[in-house]
Design a protein around this ligand. Structure first.
Ligand SMILES: [Zn+2]
Length: 298
C-alpha cells in the first residue's frame, strides 16, 4: 500500500470543471479530470478506515439519507436507498428487484427507473442522454479473448504466490481493510468462486436463459477441509475443465442472458469477465498478505 499524504481535495471542484469542459466540447479534458479524480479518491479510500460490516454500512447510509433528502433527490431513488439500508441492517443481500436499472439524464440530472424516458420529461434531452449504471465495473463486458487469456493465468499465479510459504504463514491472519484474512482463507475464497463460475458456465452452455441463482460467496464451501496445496491443485483442475468448455462456446453462447437475482439479466461474457476481475482484485489482497507474512518472519 502506498503511503499517501492526504491533503484537502474537493471532488465538487473537479465535477464543476468536468461539466464545464463537457459543455464546451472539451471531452478529453473531462476524461483527464475523471482519471485524476478516480486516482486520488481510490488512493485515499484504500488507505482509510471504512465501514466493515453490514450493520456499519447501514448506519453510514442512515447518516447520509437526510443529506440526500435535503439535496432534493428523486423520491423513488431515495426510497430504494432506504430499502437497501433496511436489507443491510437485516444482514440481507440487496437484490435486483430492489435495485432495478436506473438512469440519470446527463443534461439535467433527472432520474429514471427501469427504462429511459424519450424525451427527458424535465429538459427534453433524447433518451440516449440517459446514462446507465452497472452495479459494478466487474459487469462491464471485456473482449472474450482477453477474458480467456486472463482466466488461464490464475493457476500459475496462485502457485507462485504460496511457493516457499510455511503452513504457519499460510494460516496466519493479517488485519486489513477487508478484515482479518489469512492466505489460506483468501485462496479458499478464490477456489470457491471458481467452483461457482464453473457451475454457471455449465448452465449457460445448457440453457438459453439459465437461472443463475445469486449466492453469497461466503456460503460456498468447496474449499472446506482442503490444504492450501490441495486448493491450488483443485483450482487448476476446475479452471482447466471450465476453459475447455468455454473453448467450444459460440458467439451465441457468449451473448446468452442468464437471470441473476442480484444483478438481473447478465450474459455469459459478463459473468466470465466479472469473475476474472474479481480474482484479480483479490490478487492485491493476497500479494499484501504474502508480503506481511514474509516480513513477520524476519
Ligand atoms: Zn433531462
Amino acid at each position: 500500500m502506498s503511503n499517501t499524504a492526504v491533503t484537502h481535495f474537493d471532488p465538487h471542484a473537479v465535477q464543476r470543471l468536468k461539466r464545464a469542459a463537457t459543455d464546451q466540447g472539451h471531452y478529453n479534458l473531462a476524461m483527464l479530470l475523471t482519471v485524476a479524480q478516480t486516482s486520488i479518491t481510490t488512493r485515499q479510500l484504500s488507505a482509510e478506515s471504512l465501514p466493515r460490516t453490514d450493520r456499519e454500512l447501514a448506519g453510514g447510509v442512515a447518516e447520509l439519507l437526510p443529506q440526500l433528502q435535503a439535496a432534493g433527490l428523486d423520491p423513488e431513488l431515495l426510497a430504494l436507498i432506504d430499502r437497501a439500508r433496511v436489507s443491510l441492517a437485516e444482514g440481507k443481500l440487496i437484490l435486483y428487484d430492489d435495485a432495478p436499472p436506473l438512469f440519470v439524464c446527463r443534461a439535467c440530472g433527472q432520474v429514471a427507473l427501469r427504462s429511459k424516458p424519450d424525451p427527458c420529461p424535465c429538459c427534453g434531452a433524447g433518451s440516449l442522454i440517459f446514462e446507465a449504471f452497472p452495479a459494478s465495473f466487474y459487469l462491464e463486458p471485456l473482449p472474450v479473448p482477453v477474458i480467456l487469456d486472463q482466466l488461464a493465468r490464475t493457476p500459475d499465479w496462485l502457485e507462485a504466490l504460496i511457493e516457499g510459504a510455511s503452513d504457519a504463514q499460510i494460516a496466519q491472519a493479517i488485519d486489513g481493510v477487508e478484515g482479518a484474512w489469512s492466505l489460506g482463507e483468501a485462496i479458499g475464497h478464490v477456489l470457491d468462486t471458481q467452483e461457482l463460475i464453473a457451475q454457471r458456465v455449465a448452465l449457460f452452455m445448457q440453457f438459453e436463459s439459465p437461472d443463475l441463482n445469486a449466492r453469497a460467496m461466503w456460503n460456498e464451501v468447496a474449499s472446506a477441509g482442503l490444504s492450501v496445496r490441495e486448493m491450488t491443485a483443485q483450482f487448476r483442475r476446475s479452471r482447466a475443465a471450465m476453459l475447455a468448455v468455454l473453448k467450444d462456446a459460440t458467439p451465441d453462447h457468449w451473448l446468452r442472458l442468464g437471470r441473476h437475482t442480484e444483478f438481473g439479466p447478465v450474459t455469459l461474457q459478463q459473468q466470465c469477465g466479472y469473475f476474472a476481475k474479481h480474482e484479480q482484485w483479490h490478487m492485491a489482497q493476497m500479494s499484501r498478505l504474502r508480503r506481511a507474512v514474509d516480513a513477520g518472519q524476519e
